[in-house]
Design a protein around this ligand. Structure first.
Ligand SMILES: Nc1ncnc2c1ncn2[C@@H]1O[C@H](COP(=O)(O)OP(=O)(O)OP(=O)(O)O)[C@@H](O)[C@H]1O
Ligand SMILES: [Mg+2]
Length: 444
């Protein structure tokens, strides 16, 4: 991105800087006051802003503007302009995070060097930010991040497993971002969202006249993603016929459009995801074994949130902050006990459910501090999701799963006190210990 904003109340300066920078390949916009600038950048902030320090009486000055930018749009790089060589003010702007300063009248080479540096820094920063999007400090998530970085370097297809809301799509984005294909767009298809009549043509493209409605040649997702990555979500939902066609693409690295005979060679990297148990689907003859073997060479499993509840310390403030910023709401934070409460739930809907709970707590809590009472776990959700969670389990597996959840929850409620936990469950302590071993429940 090379979009630059100039903020100055001197129209002549605005015009001349705009002209110079546009001639040098930048996309330039301008504002005559800090307020106008803030109004204009709400939707898409620029890479850099060149900001004059002084404005008319009663107006926000450049130093205040820089503080607001640092707070609300931390990626934007600020360059300060000062006409009255007010060293004190300029230094103060630099202290508040401005990257550079220019003295008026602005020298052309200085201007160009400063803007070039600012844009480069912005781009590197935003790339790094995008690359680090999977949040969490738990051992489980750190291992996953490491695995993603390593597998990103391959051209092989990858299969991402994980329950709903665990971050499978996020993992796919990261696989692409860390790969050498990152400067091309990542394409995404979700079979469940595609119309089943045209799904084949959506994937493989078609030749003009190959069916009624095909009034021109069309590229499908496979072709669009050539030289880039294609994320195919919910592979378990594809029918057997499409599964065999996908297998052929993976094996031969070429496709033919619907209604065409010509073969098109492709250099596409495939990332698949599913929340189904594909091995079970093979037994039920719903998934092709040969495709499974091909897909399951390199896999990533996104861990459920309930197995890494400690990550909520990082995730919760992050999601709260983004929700408040996106909706221009005033600052709020979690009390320590609210954060503790968030860590005592099992999240059948995983991170997506956590986000939902946080948004509701943040919006409906009246003060600036979110208390435990503001956090509501939807009990009906949990019950409904039991079916989702146990969908691929046998009766014994489901029974063990439920017992494990129940005992762990009671243990937490009684702060790890074995006697009270056993009593509340109506069982002997010795039997409870046996369950701990049997179900691998940790007592701390
Ligand atoms: N570790 C994480 N750090 C930051 N955000 C996360 C993390 N895990 C998940 N999210 C966020 O949670 C939401 C759900 O993630 P995502 O859509 O990737 O899940 P999914 O596994 O694809 O879900 P589904 O199975 O329902 O399609 C997204 O907003 C995503 O950005
Ligand atoms: Mg998804």
């Amino acid at each position: 991105m090379n979009r630059i904003f100039i903020v100055d109340d001197d129209i002549k300066i605005l015009k001349s800087l705009e002209e110079i920078l546009s001639k040098n390949g930048y996309t330039v916009e301008s504002a005559k006051s800090p307020q106008e600038f803030l109004d204009k950048i709400q939707d898409v902030p620029p890479a850099a802003a060149i900001i004059d320090i002084f404005y008319g009486y009663n107006q926000m000055d450049g130093e205040e503007l820089i503080q607001i930018i640092q707070d609300q749009f931390p990626g934007v790089q600020c360059i300060v302009m000062s006409g009255e060589s007010d060293i004190q003010k300029t230094l103060s702007c630099l202290k508040h995070g401005a990257l550079d300063f220019l003295e008026k009248p602005v020298s052309l080479p200085r201007l160009l060097t400063s803007v070039k540096n600012a844009v480069e820094l912005y781009n590197t920063k935003s790339t790094v930010q995008a690359r680090c999007k999977i949040l969490g400090e738990s051992r489980l998530i750190k291992n996953v991040i490491q695995r993603i970085k390593k597998l990103a370097l391959l051209n092989e297809s990858i299969l991402i497993y994980g329950e709903s809301g665990t971050g499978k799509e996020l993992a796919a984005e990261n696989l692409h971002l860390f790969s050498s294909r990152f400067s091309n767009t990542l394409f995404r298809v979700n079979c469940t969202a595609l119309n089943s009549n045209i799904i084949e043509s959506e994937l493989f493209g078609h030749k003009k006249g190959s069916f009624s409605g095909a009034d021109r040649d069309k590229k499908g997702y496979f072709e669009l993603a050539d030289k880039s990555s294609l994320f195919i979500d919910e592979i378990g939902d594809f029918n057997l016929n499409l599964q065999s066609k996908i297998l052929r693409v993976l094996q031969e690295k070429k496709i033919t459009r619907v209604g065409d005979a010509a073969e098109i060679n492709l250099d596409t990297r495939y990332i698949f995801a599913t929340h189904h148990n594909l091995e079970k689907m093979i037994e039920e003859k719903l998934f092709r074994q040969d495709l499974y073997f091909r897909l399951s060479t390199f896999t990533i499993t996104m861990p459920p949130l309930r197995d890494r509840l400690e990550d909520i310390d990082i995730l919760a403030p992050h999601f709260l902050d983004s929700f408040l910023k996106e909706n221009n709401l005033r600052f709020k934070e979690f009390s320590e006990s609210a954060l503790d409460k968030l860590k005592q739930y099992q999240y059948p809907g995983n991170v997506r459910e956590l986000i939902k709970i946080i948004k509701n707590a943040a919006y409906f809590c009246s003060g600036g501090m979110i208390a435990p009472e503001d956090i509501e776990f939807k009990a009906e959700n949990e019950t409904a999701n039991i079916w989702e969670l146990t969908r691929d389990m046998t009766l014994v597996e489901s029974k063990n799963y439920f017992e494990k959840q129940l005992i762990s929850k009671r243990l937490k409620i009684h702060s790890g006190n074995i006697e009270k936990t056993a009593e509340s469950l109506g069982m002997l302590r010795t039997n409870l210990y046996r369950k701990f071993r049997q179900l691998s429940i940790s007592k701390d």
